[in-house]
Design a protein around this ligand. Structure first.
Ligand code: SAH
Length: 486
């Protein structure tokens, strides 16, 4: 029952937290009126200050913890509360896994209408050591009150940088790299970029690491050209001896945009890209290409996707949204033929090169929008597809693509997703007629944050029962059993 809202800003209230939003904020209700409070978890009883009141809900700030949830832990990172990166450090790891699994389950039930989703669930795949797991970091660079260059992450919902070079979910080398870049900038007066005035040079520092090869890439995203980095030889000297350093890149981004990377990369030192392996397959990674950020979990996720694809060596498979061909090459080890499609051209160049470097020649990659490339390909070839693997970005799949997949009638569809809401929306469309959700597994690719990955298997509902219907023994038509009556 909802009561007329009579709460006001800055009011102090006592609240019991019962649930969590998908973003990781605690939810508690007073007479049916919900409040969202950051840094709280179910089981907490808190004193809060009302920060915002809307018609049907409000926001609060944690003032005092009166009773602590049994899942609460001390966040190990000193900036955990102010930094917008990790939302769940105060929740113990089992609690995080439980929260993520439930998040997917709720979406499948509420958005997808899969009432039996809990019966189809396999246990979430967690990490043994959920720290320092990321192989890619994009630190915004800014300036502090003393005029010194800083690096860190944005506070939640703002572009205010919370200075921190020792991020606990990034690769450990990030700290040394950032400290060296910041000291170089201060020494030579290289200005950090400022969004308000669109002035200054260095916008972001992107760091990538191949966890298996140890190779490191540093990419300075700048509002300018390489010559603007005065004394840049000194910067290179500072960075090149860090163990594993393989590539120092200058990325040009002179636009007034929230996009981090510009399209142009200039190599200042070392190679144009780095390499990494996943389950003994070698991948070349360019600064602009997508590559899964948690290598330990990626391997487990792909193995699950492989298990669901249940390949025997005779299948023709489509890998849609294939990036640099990671899943495609995994699939190719057990498939007759694999097709991949991806919108970023550089990623497809990497994918082709990756296939060649691994001696895999039964894969074919296309550049373009999946929703345009696949329908056109299908129209042209009419080839029988056995398995479709999908791994779209957060916004999920285009309707046109889903319609094409349904017309392809593969035996199985394996849907890998980083957004359970769009996953559930798309599965509902795919399972309207011919497909049934068989099973699903959540995987924790992003410990300490509220994000969750998921893989889901769809099977053909009723295998087409064909009957032989012939004039004579040699000459028969294959007709669906359901059509015989007609
Ligand atoms: N399967 C890959 C990449 C998954 S991320 C892996 O596991 O590494 C999703 C990918 O979809 C990104 O590489 C992105 O560039 C690509 N993408 C986004 N929109 C697309 C579209 N409309 N058609 C094809 N690819 C798209």
């Amino acid at each position: 029952m909802k009561r007329e809202n009579h709460y006001i800003k800055n009011q102090e209230l006592i609240l019991a937290i019962e649930d969590m939003t998908t973003e990781g904020e605690g939810i508690g209700k007073l007479d049916g009126f919900p409040f969202f409070v950051k840094d709280t978890i179910p089981g907490d009883r808190i004193r809060m200050i009302v920060t915002k009141v809307k018609k049907n809900y409000g926001y609060g700030r944690l003032k005092e913890l009166l009773i602590s949830s049994e899942n609460r832990v001390e966040a190990p990172c000193p900036v955990a509360r102010s930094c917008g990166g990790c939302r769940l450090q105060h929740l113990d790891y089992n609690g995080q896994l439980h929260f993520k699994q439930n998040q997917v389950l709720n979406c499948l039930k509420r958005i997808g209408g899969f009432e039996d989703a809990s019966g189809k669930m396999e246990p979430i795949i967690g990490m043994d050591d959920p720290w320092h797991y990321r192989n890619k970091a994009q630190f915004p660079i800014g300036i502090n009150k003393e005029g010194k260059a800083i690096a860190g992450f944005y506070a939640g919902r703002t572009h205010t940088i919370i200075p921190n070079t020792a991020c606990m979910i990034q690769m450990p080398e990030a700290e040394e790299i950032l400290e060296k870049i910041l000291s170089y900038m201060d020494r030579y007066g290289i200005a950090p970029y400022q969004e308000k005035t669109q002035s200054g040079l260095v916008r972001h520092v992107l760091i990538r690491k191949g966890f298996h090869t140890g190779q490191l890439m540093v990419c300075l995203v700048c509002n300018g050209v390489p010559d603007d980095l005065t004394n840049r030889d000194e910067l290179i000297e500072l960075l090149r001896y860090i163990p594993g350093m393989s590539s120092i890149i200058f990325n040009v981004n002179t636009e007034n945009t929230n996009r981090i990377l510009g399209n142009r990369c200039i190599t200042l030192w070392g190679k144009d890209n780095i390499e990494d392996t996943i389950d003994n397959i070698m991948f070349r990674i360019s600064p602009l290409s997508f590559y899964q950020v948690n290598p330990v979990q990626t391997e487990k996720l792909y193995q699950k996707a492989m298990e669901y694809a249940a390949l025997t060596g005779t299948e023709t498979v489509w890998d849609m949204y294939c990036g640099i061909g990671t899943i495609s090459l995994f699939l190719a080890r057990k498939a007759k033929k694999v097709y991949g499609v991806e919108i970023v051209e550089q990623a497809i160049l990497d994918a082709r090169q990756n296939a060649a470097a691994n001696g895999i020649d039964h894969v074919e990659f296309y550049v373009g929008k999946a929703e345009e490339v696949v329908p056109a390909w299908m129209e042209k070839t009419r080839e029988k597809i056995d398995v479709v693997v999908l791994d779209p970005p957060r916004k999920g799949c285009d309707r046109e693509l889903l319609a094409t997949i349904l017309s392809m009638q593969p035996e199985r569809i394996v849907y890998v997703s980083c957004d359970p809401a769009t996953l559930a929306r798309d599965l509902k469309i795919l399972c309207r007629e011919d497909y049934r959700m068989e099973k699903w597994t959540a995987a924790d690719m992003f410990p300490q944050t509220s994000h969750v990955e998921c893989v889901c298997l769809l099977d053909k509902k009723v295998p087409d029962t064909y009957v032989k219907f012939g004039v004579d023994a040699e000459d028969y038509y294959r007709i669906k059993a359901s059509e015989v009556a007609e």
